[in-house]
Design a binder for this molecule. Structure first.
Ligand SMILES: Cc1ncc(COP(=O)(O)O)c(C=O)c1O
Length: 400
């Protein structure tokens, strides 16, 4: 008997399962995510339940509902249920970690030039607030770049920095998959190297859960944050903050909780009144994924489409994608045939045309002296979407 998932064919035929407009070409799942109708129904179900009796929910049910949701996701990423909490998004989770840690004179914070913009701002904020103590060490990561070359470069920087007197690298913020460009980063390989050098590993896994397999026990980072609303199909917004028991006493939410004295889980579970429904949609999201065929089927479809679709767009534009293929999972980066010296062209003009004139979506950014777009493959997209976007983007580029 065929398994249930084989009845779901990915591509355009999955569009009725989502709320997306018919004439919109959605190749930008990576920025905000989107969720299926069944998750929307679960979300509305929780909201209706809460509104039917807010007191019962907040005073009586919330704690156990959050526990059940944490239990479900803890199994999915192989972690103890008392080592994770929900936070609104990755930005909130990484803020909690970096603003909770204490910094001493000579501490250095390591990160790559591909760090997400708001996390770079956060690192600068930490430095400004500890200006006597903290130094930032940025490692240039210019793609195309092989995994080995990047790891070698990071190891070299760590060795050089360690030789300088009276300073130590306290922590490193590393991506699981960076944003611009959207490339897979070998964080699993780097964590043991960081640990050997007494450096705390903070993984910005904004794009991780639902895109790449995660076994947190095996990966064993010091801290990990991942958005469920991007690739896992929960309602927006919802993220997981992982803090192992050994670090929990020193990490607090950025917004102070009335339950600060009660420990990690209660403290993070209530940082003021909010709508908790999106966190509870984790059950529906995981059920949907199972029903349509499971993690491997989703991953394989998206990776294959990202590579084929990226190459299709690049061939229309007469350019190339960022490789090698092992840096690609669900997102692919394609060079635009526009010089950065062309001041007629800008990100804002591209986005205005994209949204107002053509109704498609990709991410656009400058990297290593070139303009790129980042296209996301999803189970509701197919090669025709990439081809259409290739022709539209060519028309836009030709107009400059
Ligand atoms: C690598 C990376 N880190 C952090 C973030 C921030 O995520 P959020 O806006 O959900 O906090 C993003 C968002 O796209 C990202 O790509």
């Amino acid at each position: 008997m065929p398994n249930e998932g084989s009845t779901f064919e990915f591509g355009r035929s999955m569009r009725p399962h989502f709320l997306l407009e018919d004439d919109y070409i959605p190749l930008n799942h990576g920025s905000y995510g989107t969720f299926p109708k069944v998750v929307r129904e679960a979300l509305q179900g929780y909201q209706n339940k809460i509104e039917s009796n807010p007191d019962k929910f907040m005073r009586r049910d919330l704690e156990s509902e959050l526990h059940k949701a944490r239990e479900t996701v803890s199994k999915f990423i192989n972690v103890e249920v008392n080592e994770i909490v929900f936070v609104q998004n990755t930005t909130t989770g990484i803020n909690a970690i970096l603003k909770s840690l204490k910094y001493e004179k000579g501490d250095k914070l390591l990160y790559l030039s591909t760090v997400y913009s708001s996390i770079r701002e956060l690192l600068m904020f930490i430095q400004e607030n500890n200006h006597e103590n903290v130094e930032l060490v940025e490692i240039e990561a210019n793609y195309p770049l092989s995994e080995d070359d990047l790891i070698d470069k990071i190891v070299r920087v760590i060795q050089e920095e360690n030789q300088k007197p009276n300073m130590r690298i306290k922590l490193a913020v590393i991506d699981s998959i960076s944003s611009n460009p959207g490339v897979v980063f070998p964080f699993q390989r780097l964590i043991p190297i960081l640990r050997q050098n007494d450096i705390l590993s903070i993984v910005d896994g904004a794009h991780a859960i639902g895109q790449i397999p995660l076994d947190i026990k095996e990966i064993n980072p010091d801290f990990f944050v991942t958005n469920c609303h991007k690739w896992l199909y929960t309602a927006r917004s919802s993220a997981i903050l992982y803090v192992p028991l050994k670090h929990q006493k020193k990490i607090h939410p950025t917004v102070t909780s009335p339950f600060t004295a009660d420990g990690f889980i209660p403290e993070f579970s209530w940082t003021g009144t909010q709508d908790f429904s999106s966190y509870l949609t984790i059950h529906a999201a995981l059920e949907f994924r199972k029903k349509i065929g499971g993690e491997e089927k989703i991953r394989n479809y998206c990776k294959k489409l990202a590579i084929e679709g990226g190459k299709k767009i690049a061939s229309i534009l007469g350019t190339e994608i960022i490789g090698p293929e092992n840096v690609i999972q669900n997102m692919v980066n394609i060079r635009l045939p526009i010089l950065v010296s062309n001041k007629e062209f800008s990100e804002k003009k591209f986005i205005d045309l994209m949204l107002n004139n053509y109704n498609f979506a990709v991410a656009i950014f400058e990297h290593n002296g070139h303009w790129y777009i980042r296209a996301s493959a999803q189970i509701y997209t197919d090669i025709d979407d990439f081809e259409k976007v290739g022709h539209i983007v060519k028309e836009i580029c030709d107009s400059f």
